[in-house]
Write a protein that binds this ligand. Structure first.
Ligand code: KG4
Ligand code: ZN
Length: 358
């Protein structure tokens, strides 16, 4: 089955052609970073306008690169949510019109489920039960999936997403947007143990994440130590590089500590780390170490598939289409779309006694 995937939930306009959910014939991404970096973050109105301009040429390019025509497409998979409403609407309306015109099925895909499927291209068929850390600028959740298509959130962020923390700290340091890759670059030249930043403990004892306190701790550190933001075009000082390294070390530790604890509890067969922050080498290395300690394979998407893309949406769509699922032509953007959060018998899932419920 040849699926055309379309993604426009945030600031990437993307289209891809995928055969049978695993063979990527093309994947084209148009990033809006240059438009938004001037503002230090995504401006929703600018994002939707840009999607509108880019969507048609990007789909054309994806078809051309895959060497197929619209008539060869068997179905369309489009990101339905979560995301920015204006951005989502561009993709959803475009996909609906195309599906109607071509008389092919359409399936609305949850963007987060797409990230789950981003590992399918570069790895062996993923064994389930799986545990997945989906970590990007918009979301930071740890899922347990007893089988493909069934998901339970076991840890979530209470405030900022991890990628958002990278972006905000980068802004404070005068390093630009998006923060993740820039902080990672300077962290490599800094000492991760130079400054001890705190890892938030959730007062109700749930194994959730929280990054807003860390962001405030960095802000306070900068003020108390009179650290000036880096001037544009200047090389950061060693002190700034140490701050980058110490901040990154703390984020990675907060993420992987919880992932390891939950993996011991839920006993999955595979660990998945996906989403924009999964590009981060320190996070990859720390996750690999968990895999070694627990004797589990750890799957990452290639870097191209870590950030938002349409191939993962086509792959997730293919899975649902194969199960006979279809969306109606009246689907619309679902800004807060949730992944089916199944209620499972805890006794089936856990080796240990249940201490909390989500
Ligand atoms: O998945 P994505 O493209 O979009 C969202 O759905 O948010 O992720 C973008 C986020 C940004 O916050 C960016 O700073 C972060 O991923 N990111 C990184 C790295 N590359 C991108 N964070 C840490 N290290 C990186 N190398
Ligand atoms: Zn994403």
């Amino acid at each position: 089955m040849l699926v055309l995937g379309i993604e426009s939930s945030c600031d990437e306009t993307a289209a891809a052609v995928v055969r049978d959910g695993r063979e990527m014939l093309s994947s084209v991404i148009s990033s809006q970073i240059d438009i938004h970096k001037e503002w230090g973050g995504v401006v929703p109105e600018l994002a939707s306008r840009e999607h509108l301009i880019k969507i048609d040429p990007i789909v054309e390019e994806a078809l051309e690169k895959a060497n197929v025509s619209l008539q060869d497409i068997d179905a369309i998979a489009v990101t339905q949510g979560p995301g920015l409403v204006g951005s989502l609407l561009v993709g959803v309306c475009y996909a609906k019109a195309l599906a109607f015109g071509l008389d092919v099925p359409i399936i609305g895909v949850n963007h987060i489920e797409g990230h789950f499927f981003s590992v399918e291209f570069d790895n062996l068929p993923t064994e389930y039960p799986a545990m997945a850390l989906i970590v990007s600028g918009g979301h930071t959740n740890l899922f347990y999936a007893p089988e493909k298509g069934k998901y339970k959130i076991v840890s979530r962020t209470r405030d900022d997403a991890a990628g958002e923390a990278f972006d905000k700290v980068s802004k404070m340091l005068g390093l630009g947007y998006p923060g993740g890759p820039i902080i990672e670059k300077y962290a490599k030249e800094g000492n991760p143990k130079a400054i001890k930043f705190p890892i938030a403990k959730i007062s109700d004892g749930r194994p959730d994440f929280s990054f807003s306190g860390l962001k405030t701790a960095v802000m306070r550190y900068l003020r108390e130590n009179e650290v000036e933001p880096v001037k544009e075009g200047r090389e950061p000082s060693q002190h700034i590089k140490d701050i980058c390294a110490s901040f990154q070390y703390t984020v990675v530790l907060a993420l992987t500590r919880t992932m390891e604890k939950q993996a011991k509890e839920y006993n999955p067969k595979t660990l998945i780390v996906a989403g924009g922050v999964a590009c981060n080498q320190a996070l990859r290395e720390a996750s690999e170490k968990i895999g070694e300690r627990l004797n589990l394979p750890v799957y990452f998407p290639s870097k191209h598939l870590s950030t938002d893309n349409a191939a993962m949406i086509a792959a997730a769509g293919n899975f649902h289409l194969e199960r006979g699922e279809r969306s109606d032509l009246d689907i619309t953007a679902d800004v807060t779309m949730r992944l089916q959060n199944i209620e499972l018998e805890d006794a089936d899932l856990r080796k240990k006694k249940v201490r909390y419920r989500l």
